[in-house]
Write a protein that binds this ligand. Structure first.
Ligand SMILES: [Zn+2]
Length: 302
């Protein structure tokens, strides 16, 4: 009997492993489109990757379906943003860790001294870390190292892909810096649907004002709209922006409130904040998203 139990134990272990390592490739499940894009760039054809969230999906409100939980179970590793960006998945991540599932939080790569504080999140930090290209470089290196540890056989490929992607990010930073520098400091005021752009603001000296606060889980109040309308009038802000993963109505209400004061403010366009663009579009990658956002911001505020 004892022998039988031991045998069953090994069969179970073996079949689990076999399922997880199908095709001999590391099975990776990712959360946001930004994380999916980054891990794809590093993992290349050596990994099988499933991203849970698509274009236009708000990670603050995303709940795991039964299908997602089974994807987590079958993965070798789960890669997510962290700092409670995926607030409603935290319990699932914790359960997975209790089952000895490997999880990687991108935010663990960053020194907390470089993070922006926030009272809105249980982590006490603003989780929109990808909007600092410098952060994204540090996270690229961190995830590269983690994939090398988990799958030593393909470490050379991960290292090469990681270093190539770091070069891509360095040239992105050069392009973005030049564009931003064409906008005078006093015009660098970014009013958007929610406070996703604080790290962008810190990196490129923008004054960032979010209507809904830092998480989309709270609605903007009438007082907020009035307060920001006065700010727009005083600072003579030319344009405000909607976001792809947040309903337009709060930004439109703000535009109306400014109009009621006898002033015009344009809606400059749609920024990608907490999700990348649709598959196949230029904005479906981190680099494409960043270029799109900055082009719209700079041209609308000039
Ligand atoms: Zn957000």
């Amino acid at each position: 009997m004892k022998k039988y139990i031991i045998l069953m134990f090994f069969i179970t272990i073996f079949s689990c492993k076999k399922e997880a390592k199908k095709n001999g490739k590391l099975q990776v499940v990712t959360t946001t489109t930004m994380i999916t894009d980054l891990v794809k760039n590093i993992g290349g054809d050596k990994i099988d990757i499933q991203g849970l969230m698509g274009a236009g999906v708000d990670p603050h409100l995303y709940k795991a379906s039964e299908g997602d939980v089974s994807k987590f179970f079958n993965a070798d590793v789960i890669v997510y943003n962290g700092l409670h960006l995926e607030g409603k998945l935290e319990d699932v991540f914790e359960k997975m860790r209790q089952q000895n599932k490997q999880t990687i939080a991108a935010s663990d790569a960053l020194d907390t001294a470089t993070l922006i504080g926030s009272e809105y999140f249980a982590s006490n930090y603003d989780p929109h870390i990808w909007f600092s290209i410098t952060n994204w470089e540090i996270i690229t290196q961190y995830i590269t190292d983690k994939l090398c540890e988990l799958d030593a056989e393909n470490a050379a490929t991960y290292k090469l892909n990681g270093s190539n992607y770091l070069k891509t990010l360095a040239s992105l930073k050069t392009v973005i810096t030049a564009q931003v520098n064409s906008l005078p400091i006093e015009k660098r005021i970014l009013v958007t649907a929610h406070d996703a752009f604080n790290y962008f603001g810190k990196e490129f000296q923008f004054n960032v004002v979010g209507l809904q606060g830092i998480s989309t889980a709270t609605e903007a109040g009438v007082k907020d709209v009035q307060r920001i309308a006065i700010f727009i009038e005083e600072k003579n802000v030319k344009a405000i922006f909607v976001e792809s993963s947040v309903p337009k109505r709060t930004v439109e209400a703000l535009q109306e409130a400014v109009k009621a004061k006898g002033k015009e403010v344009l809606i400059g366009g749609t920024l990608y904040s907490d999700a990348l663009g649709s598959l196949g579009s230029a904005e479906a990658t981190y680099v494409g998203m960043y270029k799109h956002n900055v082009k719209i911001i700079v041209s609308s505020l000039k």
